[in-house]
Design a protein around this ligand. Sequence first.
Ligand code: SAH
Length: 464
Amino acid sequence: MDYLPIFMKLEDRPCVVVGGGRVAIRKVTLLKRVGARIKLVSPLLCEDLQVLADRGDIEHVARDFQDADIDDCALVIAATDDVEVNRAISGLAVASHIPVNVVNDPESGSFIMPSIIDRSPVQIAVSTGGSSPVLARLLRSRLESFVPAAYGRLAALVNDYRQRVKQRFENPEQRRYFWENMLQGRVAELLFAGHEDKARSALEEAIDDADVHFNAPGEVYLVGAGPGDPDLITFRALRLMQQADVVVYDRLVSEPVLDMVRRDAELIYAGKARDKHTLSQESINQTLVRLAKEGKRVLRLKGGDPFIFGRGGEEIETLAEEGIPFQVVPGITAAAGCASYAGIPLTHRDYAQSCVFATGHLKDGTVDLDWERLAKPAQTIVFYMGLHSIPVISRELIAHGLARTTPVALVQQGTTRDQRVYIETLESMQDLAEREQLKPPTIIIVGEVVSLHDKLSWFGTKSS
Ligand code: SAH
């Protein structure tokens, strides 16, 4: 480690910036944000700095740098366009034990400026030790998107209660445990969901009645994991995946997605291959209730979106009846994911003005659907769970008026590297299963939009 990262308090402290150009502006702006008193030494000022000087936000010393300029200051930034001058300033500052940064020449100074993610009071600083500012900026933008904007509010809330919690729990271990629970559990989630008042009351309750808190019921996160590609899960899903104690997952949840779950979380497979339900729906519901009552944070992870052919509604109904807190995180449903990755827009001004999601799941050997309403012109139909109903779908849609030549796409294992797209017609799809070894999960898209696949397909797979 070549540099020690520290966060420096500069409110009302005298700081010196040497240089009046563009690079100086960025540093001046940052120093202003932390409330430093800025003396800027430069014979000339660029326009923006002149505005600050005119407003009295900075003290402008309109001449070349002199050694005495840095006397008694807390920090120096050398930002002139003359490498030698910058180095001379730096040498002087170092000799006087004043921290100094040389802009665009990290080696010459005694400290470097990181890339900053500002969720004040939370701050994350990223540095590559000066070796690649571009990489630092890229990392910063990744972190930006990963740290919810509400973290700032969360830290502010903690700050308001810090003293009270300190008095309440004298033992630092207990205090740490308490905060860990608050910040990864109900209080944080309430705040992120926009219920600041409720978050405060929950925190106050927990402080007043810590024993109850330590035995409090857990909660359930019903989370959509998307159709397979791990890049398609949401930030919220990822955050909850990394804080859950137990994960109850379905067959449709892909391996790479499961890999992102917290390492030490307990994994429970809830199955659901067609016709071989590993756990019955009722026992899944009961398992969720039991785990939550044990005080666990339970992640119920489902393929696609939990509210689209996912029985998510039934699962949380049971939780609601038992008074167990829960939240639902949407996922990209298979229709949306597979259509995008197959280059098939589900609606299109020229081809389809509506889109219907239907289940092709057979009940007592027949598909119980309103075929009349499905077989409409200018409408896309997406069948979930339709692999075993291909002959019925083909027959009924033709019988209810759709052309035999209507294009159909069957997307198998969509959005994954194993994705296969079969382009057929309503008529030719009848015996597709005989020609090809079709495997679940497969989604069936029916409608004129499918003809766009040839032109719009973009996703590279193992077989393409
Ligand atoms: N809740 C899920 C759907 C569950 S029903 C969602 O919103 O996507 C299961 C059906 O979804 C499968 O039979 C299949 O038709 C479809 N499906 C799910 N993932 C898929 C994938 N990666 N590729 C193709 N079809 C998929």
